[in-house]
Design a protein around this ligand. Structure first.
Ligand code: SAH
Length: 551
């Protein structure tokens, strides 16, 4: 038997010449024979010279592989072509199967080289934004070679394990029910709003991209040349792109939907309440240190790990429950996220009650944290699936709750425990109207009940000081840093009835016009004016080197 022959199994990518690899082009041009499905041969025709073409119909895959092996054994160089990657529902496995049937061994038999290509999951994903990103799987809905029951089981397993799913062969002229059944299964585990991308003929002449969702996907054209990409539970839409975040790091904040963490907030331990090493940390607590000795594990941790339970669940499933039986899903839409908020006893009230302290301890629990801040607030970070239970308990203990981050916060003094109560209603009103509002950068309003201003209102972004029945206003303090300075006194003796509207106008102007991350003092300096108040440079006149704390 001649062994000069060689088999190339070539994945040519989605179908245009920009997305085929150099090695694939070389292999095609080196070959004597090109063997493939008619439509595929046509797609690569422009790369060929005088190669002999053996093109066959869709269903003749086995004879294609056999012919390829035969020609290679006769000493020819043969390229068997697949679209995308030949190892993904392509010809690679089949060629090996034919060789194996003939007792082929690498050492003595014809040479074989499988040349990788860009598979549909990747080419289609690139046209949709970044829908894959995280753990994903491909499922072919073709039940020609695979029993439907098994396909349905895989769809269900992928759905419950929250994989991003790429459906290949979703529908053909005669196979129309599979995609309908698949949608039904998916809807049992995923929200109807889950983003779905339909890409037809990616990087080919008739390319068509549709962005839809799980509920509506069947109202669009899906055919033989379509790949359907279904997002996971954290996939979102932005400007007509489907984006799956790199991980599940999310947090809840008060008054807002679940949010994705900003990139710089990722990889922080507290943002990963689900991580296995966090479990290891709690297991560490069972380590004891005998006098003068090395740490010893005195008893095995009693808690069964979540991964153990999941493994048992998987095992019971493999032992043969059918898809039709209703089984407890491992993953539903609810996933533990970190809920962040700040609490205080009240706008003016600085006294905690024992009941409040006990409620705090209860809601924070073993896994949460509480941190006392310079703003007279306690910041809570609590892993949970249900923030509303937490806010309910805190509110019934009469806590004042506020979101954290780039929001407006009102800090008031304690009005000498209410003796200077005349102005408290104005502080309450500002908090009610503006408190928690999203801002370009954190914005603190300091509100002090008398000219002593002992809670340093003049050092806040906006300072309000009550004096002789009227208000004084300070704008644009730089509250931290070595060049910190108080706000500029911009008005004295403001009539109480005008205060809330004036502060609202200032805040609105800043919110509308400031750049993202631009603190009020920077905005004031840049804009030179807020409302009718002009900026005056009161920063120190000597040059001070910037000295951020990492230095
Ligand atoms: N080996 C190929 C897959 C062959 S199965 C690969 O790796 O991509 C055929 C299925 O692949 C089609 O039904 C469709 O779901 C998908 N597919 C292949 N090429 C595609 C393209 N250019 N655009 C969209 N989907 C494609």
């Amino acid at each position: 038997m001649s062994t000069n022959g060689k088999l190339f199994v070539v994945g040519f990518g989605p179908g245009n010449f920009e997305h085929i690899t150099k090695r694939a082009v070389e292999a095609l041009q080196e070959s004597d024979y090109i063997i493939g499905y008619k439509t595929y041969v046509e797609l690569i025709q422009g790369l060929l010279t005088d190669q002999t073409i053996i093109s066959t119909g869709m269903t003749e895959e086995v004879s294609r592989a056999q012919e390829a092996v035969k020609q290679a054994e006769l000493g020819k160089k043969v390229a068997v072509i697949s679209s995308g990657d030949a190892g993904v529902y392509g010809m690679a496995g089949l060629v090996y199967e034919v060789l194996i049937e003939k007792g082929w061994k690498e050492e003595t038999g014809v040479g074989i080289e499988v040349i990788p290509g860009i598979s549909a999951i990747n080419s289609c994903a690139s046209l949709l934004g970044a829908p894959v990103m995280h753990d994903s799987c491909t499922i072919s809905l073709s039940d020609h070679l695979t029993p439907w029951d098994l396909i349905a089981k895989r769809v269900e397993a992928a759905a419950m394990a929250d994989f991003v799913i790429a459906l290949y062969n979703p529908r053909s002229g005669r196979r129309t029910r599979q995609i309908v059944e698949t949608q039904k299964i998916l809807l049992r585990y995923r929200s109807p709003d889950t983003p779905v991308g339909l890409v037809k003929s990616a990087y080919r002449d008739r390319q068509d991209i549709v962005i839809t969702n799980l509920k509506d996907m069947l109202n669009h054209d899906i055919g033989m040349l379509t790949t359907v990409i279904i997002g996971n539970s954290s996939t979102f839409l932005y400007d007509d792109k489907i984006i799956t975040p790199r991980g599940y790091q999310r947090k809840y904040t008060l008054n807002s939907e679940k949010q994705t963490l900003k990139p710089h907030q990722r990889l922080q331990k507290e943002a990963e309440p689900w991580a296995l090493d966090q479990e290891a940390d709690s297991m560490q607590e069972t380590l004891t240190e005998p006098a003068g000795g090395v740490g010893l594990l005195t008893k095995a941790p009693e808690k069964k790990s979540a991964s153990f339970e999941m493994a048992m669940e998987a095992l019971s499933r493999v032992k043969g429950q059918t898809v039709q039986q209703s089984i407890k899903p491992i993953v539903q839409q609810k996933m533990e996220s970190v809920f962040e908020l700040a609490v205080s006893p009240g706008v003016a009230n600085k006294q905690f009650t024992p009941k409040q302290m006990m409620t705090l301890a209860e809601v924070v629990g073993e896994k949460g944290t509480m941190e006392y801040t310079p703003n007279h607030k306690i910041v809570l970070k609590i892993p949970t699936t249900d923030p509303e239970v937490i806010t309910g308990k805190l509110q019934s203990a009469n806590f004042l709750l506020s979101p954290i981050g780039d929001v407006l916060t009102l800090k008031a003094c304690d009005f000498c425990d209410g003796e200077k109560a005349e102005s408290i209603p104005y502080a309450d009103e500002i908090h009610r109207v503006l408190g928690g509002m999203k801002m370009p950068k954190e914005l603190n309003i300091g509100f002090n009940g008398c000219g002593m201003a002992c809670y340093s209102a003049v050092m806040d972004d906006i300072g309000i000081v009550f004096r002789k029945g009227k208000f004084d206003l300070f704008l644009g303090a730089k509250p931290v840093g070595r060049t910190a300075h108080p706000g500029q006194p911009v008005a004295e003796g403001i009539d109480p009835e005008q205060l809330v509207a004036l502060i609202t106008d200032i805040v609105e102007e800043y919110k509308q016009n400031a750049h993202p991350n631009e603190r009020l003092f920077k905005y004031f300096k840049r804009a030179k004016k807020i409302q009718s108040y002009s900026y005056q440079d009161i920063a120190p006149k000597i040059h001070i080197e910037p000295a951020p704390c990492e230095d």
